[in-house]
Design a protein. Structure first.
Length: 122
């Protein structure tokens, strides 16, 4: 379960990073080891993508709010916009799952209650 949470956290951080970058806000950079990440593990992942049947466009690893690794596969580049399609729904569903597990909300909560403070639910 802990490994799954880490993967989801990384995915959410990646999406947040992309949103911040698209909004013109640059994220700070750091060496992987300075953030507790092994560079050899990152290289292992990048090398494994070569034998993967998945077509990668880009990769960004964010740890403690700092980019520790990033790269783009040809012909893609940082300034190229990507359509995420339904990917955001997966991130949102994961975040809701964590919030439910941490008892911060219930599946029976009305969504409107989180946005309108003075709205009366009947």
């Amino acid at each position: 379960m802990l490994a799954y949470r880490r993967v989801i956290s990384l995915a959410v951080a990646l999406q947040l990073s992309l949103v911040l970058l698209l909004n013109g806000q640059d994220l700070p950079r750091s060496k992987p080891e300075d953030q507790g990440v092994d560079s050899k593990g990152i290289l292992g992942f990048v090398n494994a993508t070569r034998s993967s049947k998945t077509e990668f466009h880009s990769f960004m690893l964010v740890r403690h709010g700092k980019v520790v690794a990033e790269g783009w596969w040809n012909p893609y580049k940082p300034e190229l916009r990507h359509t995420l399609y339904s990917c955001s729904k997966s991130f949102t569903a994961s975040a809701i799952g964590f919030a439910v597990a941490e008892k911060k909300l219930a599946l029976t909560d009305k969504v409107i209650s989180f946005f309108l403070i003075n709205y009366r639910l009947t």
